[in-house]
Design a protein around this ligand. Structure first.
Ligand code: 13P
Length: 344
């Protein structure tokens, strides 16, 4: 089992490959579809995701795994082929979002702080997802920064839940993606990059301590963190080089080298910013883990727009997706450049 988990984790972070996060919950995908004027139905969600999974060039060369939502892992393409089979044929490992969302954390800051729910019944759900083909899972915890928050209670509760989730995944033969996201966007996002560093370091240290207590095998997991970056509303935005340097410094001081890979979330960065930052991080070099992407918005935004809900735009949507996937694949090798971005 241990070996199997480590093989899957290694495959997820294979050189030049990263993860497509297509696990938007029904509420989130509705918001994305609203932005292009498309009604979110079971069929439109299927059409959109089928378009991405059938973008064979981008999928085959740049994507190691796809994170799915419960509906999608059970869904069939228009021609009746299970969507899971389509991504497997493209060489991708199916993954599944298993958390049940971030809910207000009871206590004095419940209007701001959240704790991720979904542990009850998780053992049984993981067994079913394994049967449906999932070999890795994801659980996202969110941490909000204000002048006085996060509280220790919020960090501790989220880290503890992440560790219990990760241990359950490994028991089921599923690689856990451990995702503690220190938010860079939303109502509370005026913090500096230095403050993000401080909170990210605190969060990751706590997460690895909890993972140790739960006896999670570090060789059989992937960390999905935020980059160390200023909040979207902060007037002093850091340079890409500064983001790369502080992110590497923070990861080096908190993430054991037994972890095979780190796959960042994009968190609200623009497509190109997320690519450039990842490339600069890899250019620093001499990192003990593979460092790649597990982007949702930064991989999909261009494709979503090009598609616009119209079947005649499927090829254009696939071209846009493949381009972003290629750029991020180069970034995972530290080889992206502005010229390549424009040349394509
Ligand atoms: P973003 O890259 O859009 O932040 O999404 C990644 C993800 O999976 C969030 O949980």
């Amino acid at each position: 089992m241990k070996q199997e988990l480590s093989k899957i984790a290694q495959a997820l972070v294979a050189p030049g490959k990263g993860i497509l996060a297509a696990d938007e919950s029904s509420g989130t995908i509705k918001k994305r579809f609203d932005s292009i004027g498309v009604t979110s139905t079971e069929d439109t969600r299927r059409d959109y995701r089928e378009m991405l999974f059938r973008a064979s060039e981008g999928m085959k060369n740049c994507v190691s795994g796809v994170i799915l939502y419960d509906e999608t892992i059970r869904q069939k393409a228009k021609d009746g082929t299970p969507l899971v089979d389509i991504m497997k044929a493209a060489g991708s490992i199916p993954g599944i979002k298993v958390d049940e969302g971030a809910k207000p954390l009871a206590g004095p800051h419940s209007e701001i702080e959240k704790v991720t729910e979904g542990l009850d019944g998780l053992r049984e759900r993981l067994a079913e997802y394994h049967k449906l083909g999932a070999r890795f899972a994801k659980w996202r915890a969110v941490i909000t920064i204000t002048d006085s928050l996060p509280s220790w209670n919020c960090i501790k509760a989220n880290a503890h839940a992440l560790a219990r989730y990760a241990a359950l995944c490994q028991e089921a033969g599923i690689v856990p993606i451990v995702e503690p996201e220190v938010l860079m966007d939303g109502a509370h996002s005026s913090h500096t990059i230095e403050r993000c560093y401080e909170v990210t370091e605190w969060t990751q240290r706590t997460v690895f301590r909890e993972l140790y207590d739960a006896r999670v095998e570090l060789e059989g997991m992937v960390l999905k963190p935020n980059m160390v970056i200023a909040g979207q509303k902060c007037p002093q935005q850091a340079s890409a080089q500064q983001v790369a340097e502080l992110t590497v410094k923070c990861l080096k001081s908190t993430v054991p080298s037994a972890v095979p890979g780190i796959a960042f979330l994009s968190g609200g960065q623009s497509d190109e910013q997320a690519t450039e930052n990842l490339s600069l991080i890899n250019q620093i070099g001499d990192l003990p883990w593979r460092v790649t992407f597990s982007y949702g918005r930064a991989l999909q935004a261009a494709a979503l727009k090009a598609w616009g809900g119209k079947s005649e735009n499927v090829a254009a949507g696939q071209r846009a997706f493949t381009h972003r996937a290629r750029m991020n694949s180069l970034a995972a090798l530290g080889k992206w450049s502005q010229q390549l971005e424009k040349a394509a």
